[in-house]
Design a protein around this ligand. Structure first.
Ligand SMILES: Cc1cc2nc3c(=O)[nH]c(=O)nc-3n(C[C@H](O)[C@H](O)[C@H](O)COP(=O)(O)OP(=O)(O)OC[C@H]3O[C@@H](n4cnc5c(N)ncnc54)[C@H](O)[C@@H]3O)c2cc1C
Length: 293
């Protein structure tokens, strides 16, 4: 295959204001580039042909991983490898650290950013379901003011987000994990372990002293046009004892709630079956304490 590179201008702003100015409506197709792990292959394949690339690399303030009170604030340029290894994230938000660790290969994690992952808006994102479970919010800057959007509203459709032209994601804010919570992320791939998930399942449950689950949250990736919360499935568990029968019913509800597509990795029916298997397995592991990130 011949790879054709299309000419583009590279812009490297040194302030957020300059970056916003660079993306503000002008003629042509300007694209932001973070780690480039998703965008550069698309350019090489000619799927997008931007005439300007605006790099966010010279904005170190966008790469910070820090605590703001009880909230974890990840700069949009925080790299997946750093999110996985940061003690702050591993201790306070282990579900997110685990999901970041499961993205592709070390080479992609060392360049790929959390902001790029969200903005690429791939249905089969690994961090997506974890961020939905953790009820994260997305901070967005624009030339005048800014706004904050819940992650559930940020994903709009197949590779589509709530971002408007001229906007830049600056941070992802993740509320404190509830006290006593158990959480985990499992990723099932049908070919290689480094693939995108055929089905990704994130779950967070909060048991009480009698073993009932006060809260149960389930995020799914790869099984609908966007990462989703399986809210009807969650409702079957909240306030209930997680018996084997209850977990089977929850997994069945999650499989019904999904809207999987068929592709080269697997058919829609196979994906539904894998949801049944992996939702039940993960919830069982969380109940039995055999897996908790
Ligand atoms: C071979 C391969 C395997 C992959 N496997 C996985 C996987 O297993 N799991 C997974 O989750 N993902 C996977 N990905 C997808 C992707 O590489 C990662 O999701 C990565 O995190 C993207 O981040 P990036 O910084 O490289 O984004 P970029 O490629 O730089 O950007 C992606 C998109 O987001 C936009 N963008 C980036 N930052 C911002 C911002 N701050 N504000 C507004 N828009 C922005 C860009 O304009 C572009 O449209 C894979 C990709 C490849 C090529």
């Amino acid at each position: 295959m011949t790879v054709r590179l299309y000419p583009f201008q590279l812009v490297e702003p040194e302030t957020l204001a300059a970056a916003l100015d660079a993306v503000a409506g002008r003629d042509g197709d300007a694209r932001l580039v973070a780690g480039g792990t998703a965008l550069v292959p698309m350019i090489r394949l000619g799927l997008v042909k931007p005439d300007r690339l605006i790099s966010l690399h010279r904005l170190p303030e966008l790469a910070a991983i820090r605590r703001d009170g009880g909230i974890l604030e990840l700069g949009a340029m925080a790299r997946l490898a750093d999110i996985h290894t940061a003690p702050l994230v591993r201790e306070g938000w282990p579900l997110l650290a685990e999901a970041a660790r499961r993205v592709a290969t070390p080479a992609i994690r060392v360049s790929g950013t959390i902001g790029g992952n969200l903005c690429y808006a791939e249905a089969a994102s690994d961090p997506g379901p974890a961020l939905l479970c953790l009820e994260a919010e997305v901070r967005i800057a624009r030339s005048v003011g800014g706004r904050t959007v819940p992650a559930t509203d940020f994903f709009r459709g197949f590779y589509e987000t709530a971002l408007q032209p001229g906007e830049i994601v600056t941070a992802i804010r993740v509320p404190a994990t509830p006290g006593g919570a158990r959480s985990g992320y499992v990723k099932f791939t049908s070919r290689s372990a480094e693939d995108r998930p055929l089905v990704g399942v994130a779950a967070l449950v909060v048991p009480d002293s009698s073993g009932r689950w006060l809260d149960a949250r389930i995020g799914l990736g790869g099984v609908a046009p966007t990462p989703i919360r399986a809210r009807r499935a969650e409702a079957t568990l909240r306030g209930e004892s997680p018996t084997d029968a209850a977990l089977r019913a929850t997994a069945e509800a999650a499989a019904r709630e999904a809207e999987p597509l068929s592709d080269l990795m697997g058919s829609a029916d196979y994906r539904r079956e894998m949801i049944r298997v992996w939702v039940r397995r993960l919830l069982t592991m969380l109940r039995d304490g055999t897996r908790s990130s």
